[in-house]
Design a protein around this ligand. Structure first.
Ligand SMILES: Cc1cc2nc3c(=O)[nH]c(=O)nc-3n(C[C@H](O)[C@H](O)[C@H](O)COP(=O)(O)OP(=O)(O)OC[C@H]3O[C@@H](n4cnc5c(N)ncnc54)[C@H](O)[C@@H]3O)c2cc1C
Length: 395
């Protein structure tokens, strides 16, 4: 039998690198496989709520993240059609007092590079790029991983952090498939100096309307505005996979207020995501293999929690591996037991919040807007289930 690695992490995204770093800090040897020629991130901005920051703190990288992030003053919900403010969440002192951490927005590649640099400082991590996992088999003493480049690796423990189309998930849950939401997201950034619209860029904005929304916030020391335009595609066709063109986007946003029209001038082909999630799984782990991040619980992005949950997963997995010594099967079982209920609730909540945000029926919109207009900016009760303190040990 050839060499058997102690731990193999499949996927070097935010979730995979957070897990790699934490597990390596336990003193284990970790090999991280990435399909791409380089470790990196696609897309632009990422919102990190207090729970995500708590996980980054537990991993020991929060200070570096704070240097690169932006702390918005408020999250403001605007009516996409008439351009009026509907509601806001006040960040700052009272928010931080409630949840222990602030609210941060950051360029994805900045967060990814903090994790990558932290990993690169440890000598017990092996980085393998151009290694796309093709198949995975669990045998009694090890797990065998076959890569598309022909290489075969063996690992005592394997963490599948390989995203929504996870190959590792095929071993644990072969029936699980991505579910199309019929919504499309265009992500695009605009240099601040080119932004002609009159907006307070100390705030994060979400414009909501029937079947559409637009999110805007600054990243990179407020030099760049990150924008995400989301709409329900009427040309949805899972077979061809090319639904949701820019022309369709323009049609869907045609009735929006002038400020939004101005913002959408910058939309580009390129960073388009046809939005999928997966149904919550009942099982993430076998004796030697477990799942993490989108591979375990891909969710719609409407609560801005996918990466935050991947970070929470990483911290929990490290805690369980650390606490159970050589009994990996027990650690992986405890990990799934703790994480599945939490992430399933958020997967379901994200679907519901998407329906509320995109409501088309006038009665539903009236009800939603009345509730939003009547809540106060420092009423955080409806955010507690997402952000509240959860016990995390530093790893
Ligand atoms: C429009 C949009 C906005 C979002 N906004 C937010 C937000 O504000 N806040 C938030 O918390 N979340 C947000 N998310 C969700 C977030 O992007 C994801 O949940 C997060 O990136 C998942 O991280 P991951 O590491 O689990 O998976 P991924 O980021 O998908 O990383 C998987 C990695 O594995 C590699 N890989 C895949 N397959 C293989 C293979 N077979 N072999 C080897 N390597 C492989 C990939 O190349 C990649 O590097 C958003 C998502 C979208 C679509």
């Amino acid at each position: 039998m050839g060499n058997v690695e102690e731990v193999i992490v499949v996927g070097g995204g935010i979730g995979g690198l957070a897990a790699t770093y934490g597990i390596a800090k336990l003193g284990k040897k970790v090999t991280v496989l990435e399909q791409a020629p380089e470790f990196g991130e696609v897309g632009a901005g990422l919102q990190v709520g207090p729970n995500g920051l708590r996980a980054l703190d537990a991993l020991g990288v929060l200070e570096e993240v704070y240097k690169l992030g932006v702390f918005p003053r408020r999250h403001v919900f605007m009516d996409a059609l008439d351009g009026k403010e509907l509601s806001a969440v006040q960040f700052g002192e009272s928010f931080e007092k409630s949840f222990g951490y602030p609210y941060l927005v950051i360029h994805r590649s900045d967060l990814h590079s903090v994790l990558l640099k932290a990993c690169q400082k440890l000598t017990n991590i092996t980085f393998l790029t151009n290694h796309k996992l093709a198949s995975i088999e669990e045998l009694s003493n090890y797990v065998e991983l076959r890569c598309e480049n022909g290489e075969v690796l063996r690992g005592e423990t394997v963490v599948g952090a390989d995203g929504i189309h996870s190959v590792a998930r095929q071993l644990v849950n072969p029936a699980s498939k991505p579910v199309a939401s019929r919504y499309v997201a265009y992500r695009f950034t605009v240099p601040m100096e080119e932004m002609t619209i009159n907006i307070d860029w100390d705030e994060k904005l979400t414009w909501i309307g029937p079947g559409i929304h637009l999110v805007q916030y600054p990243v990179r020391h407020k030099s760049v505005i990150n924008q995400v335009a989301v709409f329900k595609s009427n040309s949805y066709n899972e077979e061809t996979g090319d639904w949701g063109s820019i022309d369709e986007l323009r049609e869907m946003f045609a009735d929006c207020c002038p400020t939004m029209q101005e913002s959408l001038k910058f939309v580009q082909e390129g960073f388009v995501s046809r939005l999928h999630d997966i149904e919550p799984l009942e099982k993430w782990s076998t004796n030697r293999v477990t799942l993490l991040g989108d591979g375990a619980h891909a969710m719609l992005q409407y609560l801005a929690q996918g990466a935050c949950q991947a970070l929470e997963d990483a911290v929990c997995l490290v805690e369980k591996l650390g606490a159970n010594g050589s009994n990996v099967a027990k650690a992986l079982n405890e990990y799934q037991q703790e994480r599945i209920p939490r992430t399933a609730e958020i997967q379901r909540g994200a679907r519901t919040w998407g329906e509320i945000k995109h409501a088309e029926d006038p009665a539903t919109r009236l009800l939603r807007d009345t509730i939003m207009l009547n809540r106060s900016a420092d009423d955080y009760t409806y955010l507690e289930w997402l952000y509240k303190e959860r016990k995390l040990t530093s790893v």
